[in-house]
Design a protein around this ligand. Structure first.
Ligand code: 5AD
Ligand code: SF4
Length: 475
């Protein structure tokens, strides 16, 4: 399995791997040893396309040497390019989309008998989380709470490949979290394209109907007890997930700034399990660019939301996504992005050069495209601002005792362990004793770097249990 793109895709891959294992396959480390290769693709930015087609080019020789090798391509790029994938890479056996992840093994079986197949469906109400799963980490799990997106950001291809927003029923989500907790998972990350609108579609469905016990299965008890208005359920969900016995940390990604509601911040401030970390995509600091992007907020409104969140959660870590070189972005627009980034003091930012996605509104604005050289220069300046604020944020942790989840041995130094703080910062610390991944420990921060912290171990507060297999979740 090779996965490109976001956490949603990583999660879909866990499900595809789970299905393949149920079918009797085992994971291999190298393509050379594999009988089946699945590439789970992303199309959100252009370099993801290039990477995929490059990879497929490399695999052609392998397929020629071993005609029995099966190559499958799934995910967003498959959903978008469809037959185009096999036209560019005829050695691919199976192409499947984002809505038929659950068919991966059937399609491979079909292709073995009847030859190559492309199957893309437009829409489905099934969620990847209803499929078996094979996870890399045993202490942390992603849970998809909604699929699709109802927004129409001018640069973004997600609505056209992932479809309209559909929320997963409340009790099904809690049921999955309970099963995960029983299997030893202590950290849950709720995933969605626009998590703050989670449940809006569900409560709309129930408006004007007779509310019954079954309604709480769909929308949770808090809604059933409340005034039955059509409203998002995300803050209820944060509370319910945190209440599940064994869950010690709850995270979520991503909220849309225009929909970030006070109830969500209240839940973050009041519920101890919800981590003090907010990932809030800014995209641009210029009001003109934000408006052209159809983001539905101004820079001031964004800053107000961050200030309000910080008032309630003073120790909040903040991360973001920013696009540089959106069509028509002027030097003045870009300076605003730098100003807002410096003012807001991001602890971390994912920065992207704008890449036109065919079929999106912004891709039509060819005359206004920003030359690559200018985007690259802007990117470099933005990177420096982010690194400065990120280092400052890390320095502010020196002397603090932080709770970390131990992730394992440090990749650079086998004498060191790495752990993640509640703020999602990586900490390296030396450890004489063996500490199992998934254990919780207190670490005193002694040194700050741009991208991580260094500390010393104070004590292990909760040793991870022996690994248990995550049960197959069915619904
Ligand atoms: N070009 C560059 N970045 C993009 N993103 C989404 N679409 C594009 C695009 N066409 C970025 C946004 C989003 C993140 C997941 O990817 O910043 O928040
Ligand atoms: Fe894309 Fe905007 Fe939806 Fe995010 S909110 S997935 S950027 S359309």
């Amino acid at each position: 399995m090779r996965t490109y793109g976001c956490q949603m895709n990583e999660h879909d891959s866990e499900r595809i791997a789970g299905l393949l294992e149920m079918d009797g396959l085992e994971q291999t480390e190298s393509f050379d040893d594999a009988d089946v290769i699945v590439l789970n693709t992303c199309c959100i930015r252009e370099n993801a396309d290039n990477k995929l087609y490059g990879q497929l080019g490399n695999l052609k020789k392998l397929k020629e040497e071993r005609p029995d090798l099966q190559i499958a391509v799934g995910g967003c790029l498959a959903q978008k390019d469809r037959d185009g994938i096999r036209e560019r890479a005829p050695h691919v056996d199976v192409v499947f989309g984002t809505h038929n992840v659950g068919r991966a093994t059937d399609l491979l079986g079909h292709a073995r008998v009847s030859g190559p197949i492309t199957e893309i469906i437009e829409e489905s109400e099934s969620f990847p989380s209803a499929l078996p799963v094979k996870r890399d980490a045993h202490h942390a799990a992603w849970v998809t709470i909604q699929i699709g997106c109802d927004n129409s950001c001018a640069f973004c291809i997600v609505p056209s490949v992932r479809g309209k927003e559909i929320s997963r029923p409340y009790s099904e989500l809690i049921g999955e979290v309970e099963q995960l907790a029983m299997a030893g998972v202590t950290e849950i990350t709720l995933l969605g394209q626009n998590v703050n609108s989670y449940g809006r579609d569900l409560t709309l469905k129930l408006r004007g109907t007779q509310v019954s016990a079954e309604s709480s299965e769909l929308v949770g008890e808090a809604w059933v007890r409340g005034p039955h208005t059509a409203r998002p359920l995300f803050s209820d969900l944060l509370c319910s997930v945190a209440e599940v016995s064994g869950i010690r940390r709850v995270r979520y990604t991503s909220p849309h700034p225009k929909d970030l509601r006070p109830e969500t911040i209240d839940a973050m401030a009041q519920v101890p399990e919800v981590c003090e970390h907010l990932h809030l995509p800014l995209q641009s600091g210029s009001d003109d660019v934000l408006s052209a992007m159809h983001r539905g907020y101004t820079a001031d409104r964004y800053i107000e939301k961050v200030d309000a969140a910080r008032r309630q959660i003073p120790d909040l870590a903040l991360s973001t996504d920013i696009i540089v070189g959106f069509p028509g972005e002027t030097d003045v627009d870009f300076e605003r992005t730098l100003e807002v980034a410096a003012e807001v003091r991001f602890d971390n930012a994912y920065t992207f050069v704008y890449s036109p996605r065919p079929g999106t509104e912004a891709a039509e604005l060819v005359q206004r495209f920003v030359p690559a050289k200018i985007s690259a220069e802007r990117m470099e300046r933005l990177r420096r601002v982010i690194e400065r604020t990120s280092l400052k944020g890390n320095e502010s942790r020196i002397g603090h005792d932080e709770e970390v989840i131990v992730e394992g041995q440090s990749k650079r130094d086998s004498e060191m362990l790495t752990g993640r703080t509640r703020h999602n910062r990586l900490v390296h610390f030396p450890a004489q004793e063996k500490i199992r991944p998934g254990s919780y420990a207190q670490v005193r921060v002694t040194e700050a770097r741009t991208f991580n912290l260094v500390g010393e171990l104070l004590e292990v507060t909760a040793a991870a249990k022996h690994r248990t297999r995550i049960p197959v979740v069915s619904s």
